[in-house]
Design a protein around this ligand. Structure first.
Ligand SMILES: [Zn+2]
Length: 123
């Protein structure tokens, strides 16, 4: 349902993958057996990294999470569904014992990537 709009292998995701790989992390991608088919899964750390597009996933207070001027109710419904789904997926992952690291599209720069690495290393 979501794959058409969200897409995999987007460039922010690729940037995160490259960075994690260079930092020595090994991961699996889009693991279908986990809730929400998380983008990046680090089985040894029991962690998942979700690379969220600010627009689709509604990054709060973010300039990229604007609301289009036309078809307002269409977008409102769509965004509400996305946010609800993200929440559900996070809860399911948490219940299954996974640590969740979200990196927003607008945070995929040197400082944000360094922060994700720090978060992953911390036990
Ligand atoms: Zn953002």
């Amino acid at each position: 349902m979501m794959s058409g709009i969200r897409g995999s292998n987007t460039s922010p995701e690729l940037a995160v993958r490259k960075h994690l790989h260079a930092a020595g992390f090994r991961y699996r991608l889009h693991v279908p057996s986990l809730p929400g088919r998380p983008d990046i899964v680090l089985p040894r750390l029991k962690s998942v990294v979700l690379v969220h597009g600010c627009f689709w996933h509604r990054h709060e207070q973010c300039k990229y999470a604007y609301i289009p001027k036309s078809n307002v109710s269409f977008w409102a419904k769509k965004f509400e569904a996305n946010v609800k789904r993200d929440k559900l997926v996070r809860n399911q992952l948490k219940k299954a014992g996974w640590r969740i690291h979200v990196i927003w599209e607008c945070e995929v720069h040197e400082r944000g990537l360094a922060q994700i690495v720090r978060n992953l290393k911390e036990k």
